[in-house]
Design a protein around this ligand. Structure first.
Ligand SMILES: *Cc1c(COP(=O)(O)O)cnc(C)c1O
Length: 234
């Protein structure tokens, strides 16, 4: 694992990659935010990243959010949930995050809505779409996505901000890019149908953020490029 000084340098290198990708795509660099995917990282390293300027943190597991909460809660960062959310974890996750990026169906949306009514608050959400066609990936299929966005948009405690995808993991750049393009196209259709903008496209990771930015990403989720390789596979 890199030393903490490296976290700062790695963050700057990721930001420079995002900026260069924006310029190459004719986009303004401030259109794209970087979220740190912090699964398996200890809270102390995440705190280092926040000290180095990171403002968005994404966790995949509610247990990790809970375990790191005491060290991170007071720090100037926003936490998002980016993993598969089991329905029995809905109450817990809402203690920690301001956005759930992984809404993968109307059932989960309904559970969130009911809990948010009890808490009398709202939540930003993204609908997760499986653009890779891989059965192992979560998310609604591109065919169902517009209907799911429509349903989620009717839940008054949920503010649907856009879409998220994990994308295709492949050495074939054109195929990876096509999976990101598909998310953008689904977003455009969904925005038409609900008659409201869906500004957020959360897509792109350490290995392929350039392709995602080229296809319109507004939020890239980066882990290993900042923290180094993870000890165990996810
Ligand atoms: C781990 C993870 C990432 C970041 O992956 P890296 O390849 O380490 O950048 C992004 N999104 C999700 C949902 C993840 O679980």
């Amino acid at each position: 694992m890199p030393a903490d000084a490296d976290i700062r340098a790695n963050l700057a290198a990721v930001r420079a990659r995002v900026d260069a990708a924006c310029v190459a795509a004719g986009r303004a660099p401030d259109e794209v935010e970087v979220l740190l995917a912090t699964k398996t990282q200890p809270a102390a390293r995440i705190a280092e990243a926040i000290a180095a300027g990171a403002r968005l943190i994404g966790e995949n597991r509610v247990q990790e959010l809970a375990a790191k909460d005491a060290e991170l809660a007071g720090l100037p960062c926003e936490r998002h949930f980016i993993g598969h959310l089991q329905s029995n974890k809905v109450n817990q996750v809402l203690r920690y995050v301001s956005c759930v990026q992984s809404v993968d169906g109307a059932d989960l949306a309904d559970r969130l809505q009911r809990r948010l009514e009890t808490l009398d608050r709202t939540l930003d959400v993204l609908v997760q779409v499986n653009t890779s066609g891989e059965a192992s990936k979560s998310g609604v299929s591109p065919d169902e996505a517009v209907a799911v966005v429509q349903k989620v948009a009717t839940r008054d405690r949920l503010r649907v901000r856009g879409l998220m995808t994990v994308g295709l993991q492949s050495p074939d750049d054109a195929a990876v890019r096509a999976s990101y393009r598909e998310l953008r196209e689904v977003r455009d259709r969904a925005a038409d149908v609900i008659g409201a903008g869906l500004p957020v496209l959360s897509m792109g990771m350490s290995g392929d953020l350039e392709a995602a930015v080229a296809e319109g990403a507004t939020l890239v989720r980066v882990g290993s490029a900042v923290f180094g390789p993870r000890p165990q596979p996810d």
